[in-house]
Write a protein that binds this ligand. Structure first.
Ligand SMILES: Nc1ncnc2c1ncn2[C@@H]1O[C@H](COP(=O)(O)OP(=O)(O)O)[C@@H](O)[C@H]1O
Ligand code: SF4
Ligand SMILES: [Mg+2]
Length: 364
């Protein structure tokens, strides 16, 4: 295995949805790279294609009605789109874990936490992960012994994610847990299998604000402890600043800017990224005086031509409605898709946002 190669490489991914109203061009050339150890925040307004991009990695986009019309998705160098369904099931089970927004829909109400966690652990790296927790397993255990050991791992993981009295609570059914506790259980299940890649799609959005910060702190601690590579989807840039080392900004079906968190927050180049950052509540704008971004994200059924952001862009040029802009390098770890920089290079019209240092200060 080449450890220097990216864990995930999505190249020029194009996805259409066939709907009654016509063909929705949902992803229009997504490029995204996750190096091993990255915690990459994928941000953008609702409907811009974040979830579909993430679901392309475990190949879980519903097809039909979806259709991948072009592009490549590589996981650890393997071509995900060329694999059989059996191979994909194996890859998903052993090497990937997903956490979704709503913990309620991701736990089965008719099974106890113990049954669900033990099954999840055994279907992942199973014995390998058991050995890393328990020194007792030296011979290949019987199925009964495997379940007993998996249960030990489950209890230990529940303890690590802050479930009180885990030996007793593991016998509970999901409805006996609060939303925050359910999300802790799901995080425990995801991490217990020691996946190479963790995809977390808005993991705190459905929770009360007071619980969100706790879950995020837990998430951040486990990511470091288990050396995970993470794709974290969120529409909250504050979450990105506190949790991620890299960020990719999506708009209407493509990544329009990406880079390390510090460059993007301190020197955002794309007018959309600049708008997103200005829309954040800051110390100076506590009373809701948000500038925001006028307008809304376009429908993928009838998107604007050229740069899809041009109808909302305060800096649009004559060329912008003609062709989609190319991705341009702005520095060693920073790229942007915008004509403003086509001639000027990295010295262009980036903004140094006054509040970025405060946000990044929160991050540490
Ligand atoms: N089952 C579906 N049928 C038709 N279109 C879909 C379907 N699922 C998703 N889409 C399209 O994909 C777009 C992007 O969705 P999604 O990736 O969920 O956005 P995000 O996660 O950024 O909010 C949606 O705006 C919608 O047009
Ligand atoms: S390419 Fe043009 S319309 Fe698009 S963000 Fe840049 S300046 Fe604005
Ligand atoms: Mg989504």
């Amino acid at each position: 295995m080449d450890r220097s190669a990216p864990l995930v490489a999505i190249r020029d991914l194009r996805l259409n949805f066939h709907t009654f109203e016509g063909v929705a061009r949902t992803l229009v050339g997504v490029d995204l790279t996750l190096r091993r150890g990255d915690v990459l925040g994928l941000v953008g307004e609702t409907g811009c294609g974040k979830t579909m991009t993430a679901l392309s990695i475990p190949r879980l986009i519903p097809c039909p009605p979806g259709e991948i019309v072009a592009g490549q998705v590589l996981f650890d160098g393997q071509d995900v789109l060329a694999k059989s369904e059996a191979e994909m099931q194996e890859l998903r089970a052993r090497r990937m874990a997903l956490i979704f927004q709503d913990p309620t829909t991701n736990l089965n109400p008719v099974f106890t936490i113990e049954e669900q966690m033990v099954d999840a652990i055994l279907s992942k790296q199973g014995i390998r992960s058991l050995w890393s927790y328990t020194p007792v397993a030296r011979l290949l255990p019987t199925p009964r012994e495997q379940r007993r050991q998996a249960r030990q791992v489950a209890v230990e993981m529940l303890r690590r994610v802050g479930i009180p009295q885990p030996e007793r609570r593991i016998h509970s059914y999901p409805h006996e847990f609060s939303g925050g506790m359910k999300q802790r259980v799901l995080i425990a299940m995801a991490v217990a299998g020691r996946p190479d890649l963790l995809i977390a799609d808005e993991p705190t959005t459905a929770l009360d604000v007071s619980i969100q910060a706790q879950i995020l702190r837990l998430f951040k601690r486990l990511v470091q402890e288990f050396h995970l590579t993470v794709l974290l989807i969120t529409h909250n840039l504050g979450v990105v600043a506190r949790t991620c080392n890299r960020v990719a900004v999506m708009y209407a079906g493509r990544v329009v800017e990406e880079g390390d968190v510090r460059s993007i927050f301190k020197n955002p180049q794309h007018p959309y990224t600049q708008g997103l950052l200005r829309a954040l509540p800051t110390r100076e704008h506590r009373k809701g005086e948000l500038e925001g971004i006028p307008g809304s994200i376009p429908s993928p059924l009838a998107p604007p031509s050229g740069c899809r952001f041009h109808p909302r862009c305060p800096h649009a040029l004559a060329v912008c409605p003609e062709e989609p802009p190319p991705m341009l390098p702005m520095g060693p770890n920073h790229r942007v898709a915008c004509y403003l920089y086509a001639d000027h290079g990295p010295a262009g019209a980036g903004e140094d946002l006054d509040d970025a240092p405060a946000l990044l200060g929160d991050a540490s």
